[in-house]
Design a protein around this ligand. Sequence first.
Ligand code: DON
Length: 307
Amino acid sequence: MAELSNALLEEILQQVRPLTRQGKVADYIPALAQVSPDYLGIAVLTREGTLYQAGDADVRFSIQSISKVLSLTLAQTRYQEQEIWQRVGKEPSGQPFNSLVQLEMERGKPRNPFINAGALVICDMLETRLTAPRQRMLEVVRQLCDEPSINYDRYVARSEFDHSARNAAIAWLMKSFGNFDNDVPGVLQTYFHYCSLAMSCQELARCFFYLANQGCPLGETTPILTVRQTRQINALLITSGMYDGAGEFAWRVGMPAKSGVGGGIIAIIPGEMTIAVWSPGLDASGNSLAGTAVLELLSEQLGCSIF
Ligand code: DON
């Protein structure tokens, strides 16, 4: 087995770099289509708090659906367990992240909180219980990362709002089934802002440390989630974090993980480390193609698949 070091991460990036051009940068959100496919970065934060990194680990990018883990976390701090899971399921969807087909057949209850429909329900719930859900999210993320400069990319949020037909259709369909309480455009705005959070691999690795540390953020003694809630998120990440690519990802990499169409992936090895990778080119499921390859190599070389 190899030992974790910056040199090992450099070596892995070098091996994977030719794949960066094989993926396709998301273009259904115009602001994302302008990002170069040549970025490639990784940051690993160990349980002891040691950070390893290589490539473009300090460059901020749009975290997109990775934010769905943060909105679920916020909801878990404001709602009882059964209140959440009566409105959203815990099963993998086996469908693309923005599909409407299953939602119609299953009467407006999304399969899980990581597909767009599920995240929109969670945002609707946050709208109900938080007075300023956008501000609150920023406070939480800034605190988790110990980085006050983290912010939304308003250009990306605007770009998504201008092309929101599909997400709006999802939200209205859920409203027609009685599974959406608040004003649809308002909740969409909050959802798009969350997706537009701009963070680097290094910041993501730190932000999600609590999932590797039984709910406790780096350098803190007060947990933000209970051990039970943390375990639940990691379980859902294994089954649904990579959408209809979750099975293949578990098989190749073997870590709870969440992707975003900005090309980022955050992976958790409970009790050991968090890993954030970034390469904007995506595979057919909307997951970073080279990012997945980086995680696969790292998993093999460190022997750190959870299976
Ligand atoms: O709503 C959307 O379609 C995007 N803001 C987020 C989708 C996404 O990141 C899916 N992840 N791979």
